[in-house]
Design a protein around this ligand. Structure first.
Ligand SMILES: Cc1cc2nc3c(=O)[nH]c(=O)nc-3n(C[C@H](O)[C@H](O)[C@H](O)COP(=O)(O)O)c2cc1C
Length: 193
């Protein structure tokens, strides 16, 4: 069982990083092989809508996204973490999502079979500093759309409002514990919705 974590915050050791770390630790404790990609360390250009992927399902832009596509293809479980920036995901995550257009083309235009294993499942992790109404709704909608294109079931989420300072998530009564347990459940099959 391979679990791919994608860290979407530029802030190392921040709140989503801490949650992602616990999910991956939980998954590893159940025997999963875990790997985390830090998007901020990669070069991922925004999608150019060149339509180069329309015939082959492969993105023509050569950068680190080729490696991310390969990791996504091999993962049995995906854990995507992004803080809320202006009511959405970070620019790093949005660039990666848009570059998955090539995978969307594979599924919906070329009708190719999914490249990953069947019954793939994923979790979304997010935090925001405020407690605004619908704080997570745009990001969740976006991530669900990505997961659909990748044939990954949206199997759970860890969403914490009112978490702004770096490391503030550690003061939450049970967020990190919840993350660890969700990591275990993700590889066992029943992460909390
Ligand atoms: C550019 C930027 C935009 C932000 N936009 C929002 C927002 O719209 N709503 C909100 O509640 N918090 C917002 N925040 C606060 C972050 O979501 C918050 O600090 C979060 O804890 C950062 O997570 P991290 O430690 O994983 O990076 C924003 C922060 C930055 C830097």
């Amino acid at each position: 069982m391979k679990v791919l974590g994608i860290a979407g915050s530029p802030r190392r050791g921040g709140n989503t990083d801490r949650l992602l770390g616990e999910v991956m630790r939980g998954a590893a404790s159940r025997g999963a092989k875990v790997k985390t990609i830090i998007l901020n360390n990669l070069t991922i250009a925004p999608c150019q809508h060149c339509d180069g992927c329309l015939e082959t399902g492969r993105c023509k832009v050569e950068d680190d996204m080729q490696m991310v596509h390969s990791e996504l293809g091999q993962a049995d479980r995906l854990v995507l973490a992004s803080p809320i920036y202006f009511m959405g995901v970070t620019a790093q995550v949005k660039a990666m999502i848009d570059r998955c257009q090539a995978l969307w083309v594979r599924k919906y235009i070329l009708k190719l079979p999914p490249s990953g294993s069947s019954r793939r499942r994923g979790l979304f992790i997010s935090v925001g500093a405020t407690k605004s109404a619908n704080l997570f709704q745009p990001a969740v909608t976006m991530v669900k759309s990505l997961f659909r294109a990748l044939d990954i079931t949206y199997a759970g989420e860890l969403l914490f409002p009112g978490v702004g300072e770096k490391g503030a998530i550690a003061k939450h009564p049970d967020a990190l514990k919840q993350a660890f347990l969700d990591g275990q459940r993700l590889v066992e099959g029943t992460p909390s919705e």
